[in-house]
Design a protein around this ligand. Structure first.
Ligand SMILES: [Zn+2]
Ligand SMILES: [Zn+2]
Length: 254
């Protein structure tokens, strides 16, 4: 299984528009972060998690030419507003399966009503095949059994996803023990860590490291990074030896 980090930034991305912050002016490519998303590939199957405003650029940069499904974590704009740009995939492949919580699918239907239209559809509009994700129900697709992981993003429910010994969770602030128990024996865990300072709806560094300590994956990668966290190189130096700061276009093989 190959995991490609399409984006590792928080909602505004890095650089932030018009920002004077030194991280936003860094010359290090690892300090340039598009909105969070990953591309997971195995045996010629291709799944993307989330589809934010940088989706088009991410597909061009990564060379992704086929999408078998998009899994949504939640409905926030930084995770969903690229949906119209699935058009080139739709033209080649037909309706694209999209997975999400019932609430997330409803929200997408409201925001992208024309995509969900079945009659009198505007020619050129993309199409999707929505599939509801329920907690404690496996997603069996393309020879994989994907386990949804339920977590809370402040008051909002979010899903993470486990593929074999790899799990991806973002926008988590709290998570129940029953869900943590679904994360045993991981080779790789990806988890959000916004910055060092506390935040109401996202793990900060300390909370993310505490979570990693409980889950005990072989390796962990941090994502959904704010410019206020600091420079990539300096943050990496502060991390335990099996914890890495993810960066855009990083590829890991599992
Ligand atoms: Zn987010
Ligand atoms: Zn969010």
């Amino acid at each position: 299984m190959k995991v490609y980090f399409l984006g590792t930034g928080t909602s505004q991305g890095i650089p932030v528009i018009g920002s004077d912050h030194p991280v936003c002016h860094s010359q290090d490519q690892k300090d340039k972060r598009l909105r969070v998303s990953i591309w997971v590939e195995w045996d010629n199957n291709s799944f993307v998690i989330d589809c934010g405003p940088d989706f088009r650029q991410q597909m061009l940069t990564s060379g992704c030419s086929k999408i078998d499904a998009i899994l949504f974590t939640h409905e926030h704009s930084d995770h969903t507003t690229g949906l119209d740009d699935i058009r080139p995939f739709f033209f080649k492949q037909g309706n694209i399966p999209i997975y999400g919580h019932e609430r997330v699918l409803k929200n997408l239907k409201k925001r992208f009503d024309y995509i969900f239209e079945t009659e009198n559809k505007y020619p050129g509009s993309p199409g999707v095949f929505p599939i509801e994700v329920e907690n404690n129900v496996l997603i069996e697709s393309h020879s994989k059994k994907i386990i949804p992981i339920n977590a809370m993003h402040g008051d909002l429910q979010v899903f993470g996803y486990r593929f074999d010994n790899f799990a991806y969770l973002t926008d988590v602030k709290t998570i129940e023990t029953t869900e943590i128990n679904k994360l045993k024996n991981l080779d790789v865990l990806v988890i959000n860590a916004l910055r060092e300072d506390a935040h109401n709806t996202h793990f900060n560094l300390q909370e993310a490291l505490g979570f990693i300590n409980i889950v005990q994956p072989k390796k962990a990668y941090l994502t959904h990074i704010s410019h206020t966290f600091g420079f990539h190189e300096e943050i990496q130096k502060k991390l335990p030896e099996n914890v890495f700061l993810a960066y855009d276009n990083l590829i890991i093989n599992i």
